[in-house]
Design a protein around this ligand. Structure first.
Ligand code: PEP
Ligand code: MG
Length: 571
């Protein structure tokens, strides 16, 4: 477990072994170093007061009150989504759908009609049952439990005619401290005043983490968050997970005290190192609506179009023409820029009812990604046909790649199939250690690879990518992960083929330098991260990137790898 850097926070008690057990867990969630005063988020999640049993004659009216409140809450979230940042918009819309969940409405109706519960109590109990189910399921669903708790608080507050306390407001920059942020609160974060985030419970891929990275707000997860209080000065480092209370000037040196402004990110592309070696900087997208956001952030195209996002709420398979329309919109939007379309990556934390089978014992190691095509070959064929049609329709010829490849045979099989549809540039994602270890052989059958560092890290370190508790293992700075990336980079250089990174690692400006030094030729990330990564890369020479990579590879821990890279890249 990482040690918490603390002065006056989480005081260390003797004996030493006990202090280790009691030390708060801490992890970096979103890169960047900032120092500022704490503002804590008020706790609003309190159960309603026990009411009298509702007489039978009034139960219909009571049910209507509950249903109205659910609908109004969903409507408020949908309204908020209209003006939100694109990442927040998707999260808010998904939350609004949870509010209207049919099973919850039936349970509320049952509790009121059969047991005479008040609307407040019925709503509280129905959502609490969902919270318990999500919490006990663990992983991604456990992260959604926070959203359900927030919905519960919102609907009950509306029924009681109360306002919920949201994000603290201040005209001075502050570091927000909370257990976790519900989507509706996270969407309210103003990057002009919110300098950083300290979260008590937050997995590296939770919605708050994704949003923080998209907005460029440094964030750490620290289980000792509740000990912080308003006005205290703290230093956080979102790369290392360090948190220092009342830091000395020396400790705080170089940390930002004001939010990043567009003036501090002066980047208009294209991506290149200080000595002019081009490194394509592209955007990860999930829907056609993301294209204008990508372009506004100077993306040189998309290095990862997660097509499964277009169909997450579908129970039936989308037809060829429906898919073609979506892909054509993306290809047209990017005009002649490069677009890498990934075929459906269904399964594990992204189940698609029309292709995945529920109830798999261990879905992260199950039939996911490319493997689903063994069960449903027609779905992959339809998708390839739709991509080929969209290419013909728009004149923009996409690159296409398959997710979750573990063997060279799979890569070969996919490449042959994709080429049979006239798709010219075919690749695979490297997300498994098996694929990384066979990088040389992979390049014999495909035109390019793209490294999915989120899954590659999870499978290399055997640490669930959604686990906050294992975040210290689940970082791409782990030397074992860097060694695998080095193997892929070398194989790419030998063949002159493109090696991309499209996992979260690409959005860390320091790690980006190391990746380039390891042989990576393109980086694809959340659009909002492009400016920071581009600005950083423009300061590094290829030689310093190579030096950073060499030094990082020679370390035995993520912190040491970062420190080594910092020295090489800031020299
Ligand atoms: C990855 O695994 O790094 C990746 C980009 O794929 P996803 O995050 O969609 O699993
Ligand atoms: Mg992946």
């Amino acid at each position: 477990m990482r040690e918490l850097l603390a002065s006056g926070f989480g005081e260390v008690a003797e004996p030493a072994s006990e202090s280790e057990t009691n030390a708060p867990q801490t992890a970096g969630i979103s890169a960047g170093r900032v120092v500022g005063p704490v503002a804590t988020m008020a706790v609003t999640n309190k159960p309603p007061a026990q009411g009298e049993k509702v007489p039978e004659a009034q139960r219909q009216g009571e049910l209507q009150r509950a249903l109205d409140s659910l609908e109004q809450t969903a409507e408020q979230l949908n309204q908020q989504a209209k003006t939100a940042d694109p990442t927040a918009k998707d999260i808010l819309q998904a939350t609004a759908q949870l509010v209207c969940d049919g099973a919850v409405r039936s349970r509320v109706s049952q509790l009121i009609n059969d047991s005479g519960a008040t609307a407040e109590q019925a709503v509280w109990d129905a959502f609490s049952e969902v919270v318990i189910r999500f919490d006990s399921a663990g992983g991604k669903l456990a992260e959604r439990a926070c959203d359900v708790r927030d919905i519960r608080a919102r609907v009950v507050a509306r029924l009681e005619g109360r306002e919920l306390a949201g994000i603290p407001t201040s005209d001075k920059p502050f570091i927000l401290v909370a257990r976790d942020l519900a989507p509706a609160d996270a969407a309210q974060i103003d990057p002009k005043t919110c300098l950083g985030l300290v979260l008590g419970e937050c997995g590296p891929t939770s919605h708050t983490a994704i949003l923080a990275r998209a907005l460029g707000i440094p964030a750490v997860m620290n289980s000792g968050y509740a000990e912080l209080h308003d006005g205290q000065r703290v230093l956080i480092d979102g790369s290392t997970g360090d948190l220092v209370v009342e830091p000395t000037d020396e400790q705080a040196e170089g940390a930002r005290t004001a939010p990043e402004t567009s003036a501090s990110v002066d980047f208009s592309g294209p991506g290149a190192t200080a000595d002019g070696i081009p490194i394509t900087l592209a955007a990860n997208i999930g829907w056609p609506q993301d294209v204008p956001v990508a372009l506004a952030n100077n993306a040189e195209g998309s290095g990862l179009f997660r097509t499964e996002f277009c169909f997450l709420n579908r129970s039936d398979a989308p037809g060829v023409s429906e898919q073609e329309a979506q892909y054509a919109q993306v290809l047209r939007g990017f005009e002649d820029k490069k677009v890498v379309i990934r075929t459906l990556d269904a399964g594990s934390d992204k189940p698609l009812p029309f292709v995945t089978i529920p109830g798999e014992e261990n879905p992260a190691l199950g039939v996911r990604g490319y493997r689903t095509s063994w069960r449903s070959p027609q779905i992959l064929e339809d998708q390839l046909r739709a991509i080929a049609n969209a290419a013909a329709q728009t004149g923009n010829s996409p690159w296409v790649m398959a997710p979750m490849i573990a063997t060279v045979e799979e890569a070969d099989e996919f490449a042959k199939l994709a080429r049979s549809y006239g798709l010219k540039t075919v690749g695979v994602m490297v997300e498994t250690p098996a694929a990384a270890l066979c990088a040389d052989e992979l390049f014999e059958v495909v035109d390019f690879v793209s490294i999915g560092t989120n899954d590659l890290t999870q499978y290399t370190m055997a640490a669930d990518r959604h686990s906050g508790e294992l975040a210290h293992l689940g970082t791409p700075w782990q030397p074992a992960v860097l060694k695998l990336i080095a193997m892929i980079g070398k194989a790419g250089s030998r063949t002159g083929k493109s090696v991309g990174v499209c996992g979260e690692a690409a959005s860390d400006p320091l790690l980006a330098g190391v990746l380039v030094g390891l042989g990576v030729t393109s980086l694809s990330m959340a659009p909002q991260a492009i400016g920071r990564v581009g600005t950083a890369l423009a300061k590094y020479s290829l030689e310093s990137c190579r030096k950073a990579a060499q030094l990082a590879l020679a370390t035995s821990a993520p912190d040491a790898a970062k420190a080594a890279a910092e020295i090489a890249l800031q020299a």
